[in-house]
Design a protein. Structure first.
Length: 185
């Protein structure tokens, strides 16, 4: 009878979980049924590039959290990216973006800030949050350790991993004896 080593099976399960997380993000409710959520799975060399970029940002900014989170990326099997085309308006004229009307928002210059592009439509940002929640819920149901990380998104944006996204968040995935994403120093 063939034997599948635990680590090989777990590695495969983590990748399958990441795929299911993308489905969860895709099928999450969206404002007006308009889907501007973008997703990807990062692993292998690209995952290492992501961690290296986070370490570079840590040095540039003197923020140790980037280095700590880069270690989490290195120690993870895969990273799920979830982003949004937030510079598109929904058309409600709510003012949540800081402009009186959606027309003013659409006409406003889109600027790259330190990390992301803005301004962003509040409804697109809500869609991003709901998609993130749906994705991590799936990971949780499957007992895959995970944590939503802003800093991963910063590096992913700098590396142009989701080119159409104005904002990106990252979710590293692992299955160890204890979650590596909590009780961190």
């Amino acid at each position: 009878m063939p034997i599948v080593e635990s680590w090989n099976a777990e590695k495969e399960a983590i990748f399958k979980a990441a795929q299911l997380m993308l489905v969860s993000a895709r099928t999450a409710p969206k404002t007006g049924g308009i889907d501007d959520v973008l997703t990807a799975i990062v692993y292998g060399k690209e995952k290492e590039d992501l961690a290296l970029e986070m370490e570079k940002i840590a040095e540039e900014r003197g923020i140790s959290g980037f280095k700590r989170d880069a270690k989490n990326v290195k120690d993870s099997e895969v990273v799920v990216l979830v982003g949004v085309r937030g510079i598109k308006s929904f058309g409600l004229n709510c003012g949540g973006c800081g402009y009186q009307t959606c027309r003013e928002f659409e006409d406003a210059a889109k600027k790259t800030g330190q990390d992301f592009v803005g301004p962003n439509c509040i409804f697109k940002l809500l869609d991003l949050g709901i998609a993130l929640g749906s994705a991590v819920k799936t990971a949780s149901i499957l007992n895959i350790d995970n944590r939503i990380m802003y800093r991963i998104g910063v590096a992913a944006k700098r590396l142009n991993m989701l080119p159409e996204a104005s904002i990106i968040m990252g979710i590293p995935l692992s299955a160890k004896g204890k979650s590596i994403y909590f009780d961190r120093k």
